[in-house]
Design a binder for this molecule. Structure first.
Ligand code: NAP
Length: 480
């Protein structure tokens, strides 16, 4: 079996990769709808590029609303049976998905690096993390308990049980092309829902690989569907999902702008919508911090996936007494630890950005910061390796009026700002509406408790994902 049909070989290392990925067969460039591998009805396809070298990794169907509707109808039919499976049956299927994902973790990681560019070590990490959602929900599937509530009226009893809501429309981003799908699909299947997945244009192959695992795990036809599409067709597909009466809930992870649009499309139908949007994480280093530990933390949270994760550090705030020491040490560690290149090479820690537009955005943030008075310590421009690479960059003296503080940079750029007091740091940290994640370093126990409570960040993930797929039903039972 071969991984991809249409492949333009650019290098011998890619040829080796191709052979090594042989468990997965996206045969004849198809997508997975209602238990079958199908093409788009008009036969159109779009290419999936390797961001490291611009080569075409595969071509996949460019689906339209027509294929979307077919997937929704199939998913709705499958729901009629799937919702009546026992918790034990659903649990067993999810466990099989976990086992299969772990069994083929290296193949899945290579597919991920080929289409998303992240370093192979990070891809292996994502596959294990992604598998953990199948494992978690295989266990949670058996614990979807109800409640018995003491009734205020003698002749009545009140109890609540939970039912699956129906077809879940799932839209996922390119930066975690495996884990963002397993996190949603695991919860949906555990609850008894079926799903239609629209993966990002840049990374449909990881979604198709999950579909293949679903087939192997004997997930019934129609329970998991994948509708691949290019950016041209995506807006119509998104709108179609939100407006289709047989889609009960929308679960989206991606940018805030698109999240708002989906909420707007869904509002007239009063549809349940679960949004996991962008971040702008503060990383605070207080005077009492262990600076070396803080630098190690900044490296891990800033440069993961080349700075392209929603929880990546976006603004580094350092208190005045340790500011110079922190900047000096961060410079040294960035110079020593960051290796730019193709994520397939085992020593590489900073792979390409997802596409050339991403490089343009990162470059514009750096230029804006420099124009407004930031100091350039390292990097500062696109990397000579290729059009999708950016130099690991360190800017100091950043200010709140710079784009780098207002928007997600989504690249390997660390911007450091000096602050005087704890109150000032908290005010700056909370001056964003994207409170997805936050980090701080302090060795002062009272400060740790104070700041942890004052930072307006965090997400309620597992509960959020489970809740959206379950419809709690309340009953009043009259005793006669
Ligand atoms: P994006 O542009 O919003 O895309 C996300 C998904 O939405 C993709 O599948 C995309 O498809 C689709 N999409 C785009 N326009 C759409 C429309 N009009 N209707 C329906 N779907 C549409 O975001 P991204 O650039 O891929 O991902 C990065 C963003 O995701 C960042 O902001 C990051 O912080 C956020 N994120 C958040 C979390 C979290 O847990 N909160 C986790 C990971 C990422 P196409 O690719 O075909 O356009």
């Amino acid at each position: 079996m071969f991984l991809f049909r249409t492949v333009k070989f650019r290098s011998s290392s890619f040829l080796t990769t191709y052979k090594m990925c042989s468990h997965f067969s996206f045969s004849k460039n198809k997508t997975f709808i209602n238990g079958k591998w199908v093409s788009a009805k008009d036969g159109k396809e779009f290419p999936v590029y390797n961001p490291a070298d611009g080569s075409i990794v595969a071509n996949v169907p460019d689906c339209t609303v027509s294929e979307l509707n077919e997937a929704i109808e199939g998913s709705y039919d499958a729901f009629k049976t799937w919702k009546n499976t026992t918790a034990k049956e659903r649990s067993a299927i999810l466990r099989r998905l976990f086992d299969l994902q772990m069994k083929y973790k290296d193949d899945l990681a290579r597919i991920l690096t080929l289409e998303a560019g992240k370093s192979l070590a990070e891809s292996v990490g994502e596959i294990s993390y992604g598998a953990s959602f199948f494992e978690w929900f295989s266990e949670e599937a058996r614990r979807i308990y109800g409640d018995i509530v003491p009734s205020p009226v003698k002749s009545r009893q009140m109890f609540f049980y939970k039912q699956p809501v129906g077809v879940a429309g799932i839209i996922t981003p390119w930066n975690f092309p495996n884990a963002m799908i397993t996190r949603k699909v695991g919860a949906a299947l555990a609850a008894g829902c079926t799903c239609v997945i629209k993966p990002a244009e840049d990374t449909p192959l990881s979604a198709l690989a999950i579909a293949q695992l679903a087939e192997e795990a004997k997930v019934p036809p129609g329970v998991i569907n994948v509708v691949t599409s290019s950016r041209n067709n995506t807006p119509a597909i998104g709108k179609g999902m939100c407006e289709h009466l047989k889609v009960a809930t929308i679960s989206f992870t991606g940018s805030t702008a698109v999240g708002k649009l989906l909420l707007e499309h869904s509002a007239p139908f009063v549809k349940r919508v679960s949004l996991e949007l962008g971040g702008n994480a503060p990383f605070i280093v207080f005077n009492s911090a262990n600076v070396s530990k803080a630098v190690a933390g900044a490296m891990a949270s800033k440069f993961r996936n080349s700075g392209q994760t929603c929880v990546c550090t976006n603004r580094i705030l350092v208190q005045e007494d340790v500011y110079d020491e922190f900047c000096k040490e961060l410079t040294k560690v960035m110079q020593n630890q960051l290796v730019v290149g193709n994520g397939m090479d085992s020593n590489v820690t900073v792979g390409p950005l997802i596409n050339e537009n991403a490089v343009k955005k990162v470059n514009s943030h750096v230029e804006d910061a420099l124009q407004k008075g930031a100091k350039l310590i390292l990097g500062g421009k696109p990397h000579s390796t290729g059009k999708t690479f950016f130099e690991p960059t360190l800017l100091t003296d950043i200010k709140q009026n710079m784009l780098i503080c207002k928007e997600e940079t989504f690249g390997p750029v660390a911007g450091v700002m000096k602050f005087k007091s704890e109150e000032e740091a908290i005010e700056i940290a909370n001056s964003t509406r994207s409170g997805l994640a936050g980090y701080f370093y302090s060795e002062d126990v009272s400060q740790i408790w104070r700041v942890a409570q004052a930072l307006e960040v965090g997400m309620d993930l597992i509960k959020l994902n489970s809740r959206i797929y379950l419809n709690p039903k309340g009953f009043h039972v009259t005793l006669r």
